[in-house]
Design a protein around this ligand. Sequence first.
Ligand code: UDP
Length: 301
Amino acid sequence: MGSHLCDALLAGGHTVLCADNLLTGRMANLEHLLDESRFEFVERDVCQPFDPGEVDYVFHFASPASPVDYLRHGIETLQVGSAGAINCLEIAKKYSAKFLLASTSECYGDPLEHPQKESYWGHVNPVGPRSVYDEAKRFAEAATMAYHRTYQVDTRIVRIFNTYGPRLKLDDGRVISNFMKQALRGEPLTVYGDGLQTRSFCYVSDEIAGIMALAQSDEHLPVNIGNPSEFTMLECAQLVLDVTGSQSELRFEALPQDDPKQRRPDIAKARELLEWEPKIDFRTGLQLSLEYFRGAVASSQ
Ligand code: UDP
């Protein structure tokens, strides 16, 4: 997502300083930007205070985001959502810059309200395995609102729902990267639980367009950006098989603890406020991602 955000900002004529400690990100996603004079990359952990010099806008997107990644890097996930968020907010405060926090549908936990509106406070297990991510992001949202209320920092919060597309790490453990990789290798698709849990998948260009629209708005409270078309994981597996033309079978595996049973954004607020809605349906988005995944699978062998 970060590299796609850099692309969109550069296309908008901006100059970008990108900071990442590459804990879960990959330099390969930025290589096409390294000759761009308006782009600079610094390898840095935003959990350590730093001063980038005068900036107009701070986007705090740093965090492991795939369940496999944040379960492996629990402490780092807690740190980047807390110390990292505070450091980024301090930069925005110092330079009177605007600020946008990448938050998440995980703030809703395993939701009892469906679809999820921004006004829903969520159903999060504060001590479960996913709490390292959910509570870090909820803290980051609280910190963002506190800097807005206390110091009048001009903040925004996007709640990002499941997003996919080119540049997803092949082994990040998310469902789309797993299914695409498994289908293209002719291996069984690993469906967790009975596969009836749902997610709503947004193609990355739609997600970035929504975030860019929010970045230019004056809304301080959270806004859901995602695609409201909802699929079970069984339907997702079937679509991946169709799009890849794969003959792979399904293999059912244990459902991870606290895996949300359903997730779908209510995007009425984004529609009204930003005049934004996703344009790319799931099948089309998977087709648009196919070439990337073919290349990634080929170079992983
Ligand atoms: N999932 C699955 N097989 C996989 C990976 C994930 O069935 O190989 C399921 C997972 O249990 C969850 C959904 O797909 O219900 C989405 O998981 P993902 O890790 O992509 O993201 P989440 O929405 O849980 O953060």
